[in-house]
Design a protein around this ligand. Structure first.
Ligand code: HEC
Ligand code: HEC
Length: 251
């Protein structure tokens, strides 16, 4: 075991120099590993959408150079949801890192719309404010969108708007509860051993002792967000995506 650890450490810098020169065979092996181990959190082709940030970007804050990228893959990011996926062999780390690096070299998607026009769609026709908060304004049923542009790719946002149930915001869960002969539906806010709290579509909060419940149904991938397919023109959709992409948490 000890021997292996030493070899891995010595081998790493040599690999690092070559990351940009990986063969297409190594990159496609990396892709296969990525699809199995990473895409669930980072999205297909690193486009984002799960708990992990999109990786198809030219600069990664936690992986500024080749060596740092391989380190993140080898060790995960302690204290975050980014795991140490498995005991790696150095060849695999190299392949997967080469693939992630290549994702970053694909030019970022061009935004065709106008953020200013998208703001009007968001606050006007789209009625998005009813459920989403941006800069402290809006409803609370859906996730806060004030820094969505830093977390999600344009294609994820586009799909979220047209097919909310396909591109599902993680950590969001819609539940149906029965208590005292009545049925309640809402977003799960809190769930502990003895009680559960939900917020219904009218933003009313309901709290129950678990022992009062006669049925609980977790409606995985059910979203109260309507699909905007057909409700917005292609141009309006692109404007809206450009507006959301500009939401990067700055006031
Ligand atoms: C269980 C979910 C999960 C899995 C699986 C996962 N990651 Fe992550 N990853 C995260 C999260 C969350 C972060 C952000 C951590 C932070 O910055 O606090 C992250 C961060 C990263 C970063 C740094 C991104 C940046 O902006 O600097 C890289 C690179 C990365 N992951 C690559 C991978 C690779 C490659 C795999 C597969 C071997 C993988 N991740 C598997 C959740 C995951
Ligand atoms: C009736 C309430 C409601 C309305 C109206 C609504 N949304 Fe949502 N939205 C939600 C909920 C709830 C979720 C989380 C579940 C999901 O992903 O579908 C969500 C998710 C999203 C996401 C994905 C967020 C993520 O982190 O992946 C985006 C982007 C989004 N909405 C944008 C919009 C835009 C833009 C509009 C207006 C055109 C809009 N929403 C209108 C309730 C709503």
């Amino acid at each position: 075991m000890r021997m292996t650890a030493v070899i891995v450490m010595l081998a790493a810098p040599a690999f690092a120099e070559e990351l940009g020169k990986a063969s297409s065979d190594e990159i496609s092996k990396g892709k296969r590993l990525f699809d199995g181990l990473c895409a669930g959190c980072h999205g297909t082709e690193g486009a984002g959408g799960g708990v992990g940030p999109p990786l198809a970007r030219p600069k990664l804050a936690r992986a500024r150079d080749d060596e740092a990228l391989m380190q993140v893959i080898r060790r995960g990011i302690p204290g975050s949801d980014m795991p140490m996926a498995r005991q790696w062999d150095p060849g695999e780390v190299f392949q997967i890192a080469a693939y992630v690096k290549k994702l970053g070299s694909i030019p970022e998607e061009k935004l065709l719309g106008s953020a200013a026009a998208g703001r009007d769609v968001y606050f006007g026709k789209g009625g998005c404010k009813a459920c989403h908060t941006i800069q402290g304004v809006g409803g609370r049923l859906g996730p806060e969108l004030g820094s969505i542009g830093a977390q999600r790719s344009a294609s994820h946002m586009r799909r979220s708007i047209v097919e909310p149930e396909a591109e599902f915001a993680d950590r969001f869960l819609w539940v149906r509860l029965e208590a005292g002969g009545r049925t309640y539906e809402g977003v799960r806010l809190n769930d502990d051993t003895f009680s559960i709290q939900i917020m219904d579509a009218g933003e009313r909060i309901h709290s129950f002792w678990k022992r009062e419940l006669t049925a609980v149904t977790e409606m995985k991938s059910k979203s109260p967000m309507p699909s905007y397919k057909g409700a917005l023109s292609a141009g309006e959709l692109e404007d809206l995506v450009a507006f959301l992409a500009s939401m990067r948490g700055e006031p």
